[in-house]
Design a protein around this ligand. Structure first.
Ligand SMILES: Cc1cc2nc3c(=O)[nH]c(=O)nc-3n(C[C@H](O)[C@H](O)[C@H](O)COP(=O)(O)OP(=O)(O)OC[C@H]3O[C@@H](n4cnc5c(N)ncnc54)[C@H](O)[C@@H]3O)c2cc1C
Length: 259
């Protein structure tokens, strides 16, 4: 199988760097092919802008969606964007690895998503009408591929528990796991989260490696998070609200996961 790791940490000698190296070795030892997009090392350009389209009329008003749509459709995207899309087409599984910064992904990784997820590639795919609202949330260009987050946090496990002050980790990661990964069709595996990173010493690093190694060995057999499919019958279209008889009384992020 082919695995793409998109890695967002500025320091190769960091904990994240060590976990990335371990991940590559483990997957390759199991016979998988691995590519790493090391965003800081690549000097990845994070902001989406007019320069992302090669054929742009310099007099025209920049429109992030429509310029992206035209450039993708005509094969005139900036080369760095097209190269990342090719890696995604190649991959059977995607791992997004990052330290949690201000309760989300580092800006450089968000910029990778903004630019690589072009109109016609990751969104705006499929029929959009009053009866069908595109191929998304369980369908789309990434259907059949798996994805997993590998995240480190300074905060403790309890800080991210159901009643923890930071909010539950499942809620914090919902916009990434549901909005960025499930949206274009990935099957999203439960995240691998390392908490309380300042307390990682050699012994804890060894146990993290063991747990992470198991998750990597199980990458193809782990049950994905049971996010509901937009076009699977649970939602009213085009309102895109849950039907009254689906998870009655439930609201918020958790209502979009089948129990
Ligand atoms: C801008 C910013 C925003 C942040 N926002 C949040 C937030 O919202 N929520 C939150 O919880 N945290 C937050 N943090 C903390 C952040 O999530 C952690 O600093 C980060 O996850 C640690 O990962 P790292 O790879 O940088 O670790 P490092 O700092 O590189 O390492 C952490 C520990 O692991 C040890 N270590 C490293 N490599 C190895 C190895 N090979 N073997 C054994 N031990 C090793 C180091 O000695 C160190 O003690 C934030 C930090 C920053 C800078």
């Amino acid at each position: 199988m082919n695995v793409l790791i998109v890695f967002a940490h500025p320091e190769p000698r960091s904990l994240n760097g060590a976990l990335k190296d371990f991940t590559v070795q483990r997957l390759e030892a199991a016979g998988h092919a691995v590519q790493v997009s090391d965003l800081y090392a690549m000097l990845w350009k994070a902001p989406i802008d007019a320069g992302d389209s090669l054929d742009r009329d310099p007099e025209a008003r920049f429109d992030a969606s429509q310029d992206s749509r035209r450039a993708f459709a005509s094969g005139r995207q900036s080369a760095d964007i097209a190269a990342e899309q090719d890696k995604l087409r190649w991959a059977d599984a995607l791992i997004l690895q990052f330290p949690l910064w201000w309760f989300s992904m580092p800006a450089i990784l968000k910029g990778w998503v903004d630019r690589v997820y072009a109109y016609g590639f990751a969104y705006g795919v499929g029929e959009h009408s009053d009866v069908r609202w595109g191929n998304r949330y369980g369908e789309g260009s990434m259907a059949g591929k798996r994805a997993m987050l590998l995240v480190t946090t300074g905060g403790w496990d309890s800080h991210y528990s159901e009643r923890g002050i930071n909010g539950p980790m499942d809620d914090l990661l919902f916009p990434i796991q549901h909005g960025i990964l499930h949206y274009p069709g990935f099957d999203v595996l439960p995240p691998f989260v390392v908490h309380r990173t300042s307390r990682v010493d050699a012994a804890r690093f060894a146990s993290i490696q063991q747990e992470l190694g198991q998750r990597l060995d199980d990458l193809w057999s782990t049950e994905p998070i049971a996010y509901r499919q937009q076009n699977g019958g649970d939602y009213e279209i085009p309102a895109l609200t849950l039907k009254p008889d689906v998870a009655p009384g439930e609201t918020g992020f958790a209502a979009h996961v089948k129990r």
